[in-house]
Design a protein around this ligand. Structure first.
Ligand code: PMP
Length: 299
């Protein structure tokens, strides 16, 4: 917390904190994977996560006194200090910390917190049932989707709650034009006629790091053509396969949308291949992609 290592029970912030009242924070979710063979925790794509955090800070007019390399080092150090030998989830948060009344972004002080805790699956990875949400994804001109802003997760929470209350596992959100945007905390991919399609960056999506990973794996490992474009809602009903992906969700195949089976209603072969590749890579078992994995303990 602001450069100090503290036990979690001493990690307090004031009830008058600006970010608490106004949602003026930005954050990341980072996973680390335990590998029992190498007795190692590998933190996945740390550099990309911290670069995105600093971009989110820029959009919210924040400046942190840390470089990407220092932020990476603090992630590694925190797993060590916690003596974690398990799968971990880290949450860096930069936020407006002034104890003042007044909604704005400029002229405020910025604080920083990083936490590290154990975490299993965030959503099922064995086949999700999704519903298209009646809640639209917030537009870039309302709260920028490419910044991971704490306050914008109220939008995600509305969509997820509606989905769960309607008996689905997860929501798929459309943007204001009615095009497919993303899940409540995941990017989305469709597979149709052997090609892979995902909403373009301008569709009010978070520029996901797992999304970028899936694009690389689809092209380089499976030899597929990847299209980043606008996607209509009804393409969800004709796709051969659909998957959601994110740091929390990992690779989560979708087997049903609005009660329509996706393909034959089973996890499809391309989704399965991507999931297997991803799981091997994040656990540091694929030498080709080890530079995405930061080992915590001395090798
Ligand atoms: N979209 C939203 C809204 C998210 O919260 C997340 C999770 N960070 C993602 C997409 C996936 O991003 P990433 O792969 O970088 O975790």
């Amino acid at each position: 917390m602001n450069g100090e290592y503290l036990p979690a029970e001493r990690g307090f912030i004031s009830v008058r904190t600006h970010a608490f009242a106004y949602g003026t924070g930005v954050f990341e979710g980072i996973r680390g994977y335990w590998n029992a063979e190498t007795k190692q925790v590998y933190l996945f794509r740390l550099r990309e996560h911290y670069q995105r955090l600093l971009n989110s800070c820029k959009i919210l007019r924040m400046s942190l006194p840390y470089s990407v390399d220092e932020l990476i080092a603090s992630s590694v150090e925190l797993v060590k200090r916690n003596d974690q030998h398990e799968d971990v989830y880290q949450r860096p948060v930069a936020y407006k910390s002034n104890e003042i009344i007044g909604v704005r972004l400029n002229g405020l002080t910025d604080d920083y917190i990083l936490t590290s805790e154990p975490l299993g699956d965030y959503v099922s990875t064995g086949g999700l049932r999704c519903g298209v949400s009646s809640w639209r994804r917030i537009d870039d001109n309302a709260i920028p989707a490419r910044a991971k802003v704490t306050g914008s997760y109220v939008n995600a929470a509305f969509a997820k709650t509606e989905a769960l209350q309607n008996g689905f596992d997860e929501a798929i959100m459309l943007n204001h034009d009615g095009h497919v945007s993303e899940g409540s905390a995941e990017n989305i991919f469709l597979i149709h006629n052997g090609e892979i399609i995902t909403p373009a960056p301008s569709e009010n999506i978070l520029l996901g790091i797992t999304r970028e990973t899936v694009i690389q794996l689809a092209k380089n490992e499976l030899g597929l053509t990847v299209h980043e474009r606008q996607i209509d809602r009804t393409e969800l009903y004709t796709a051969d396969e659909i998957l959601l992906c994110g740091t929390g969700a990992q690779i989560a195949p979708v087997i049903e949308v609005d009660h329509n089976p996706v393909g034959n209603g089973q996890v499809g072969p391309i989704s399965q291949k991507l999931q297997n590749l991803y799981i091997d890579i994040v656990r540091g078992r694929n030498p080709k992609y080890l530079d995405w994995c930061t080992p915590v303990y001395a090798e």
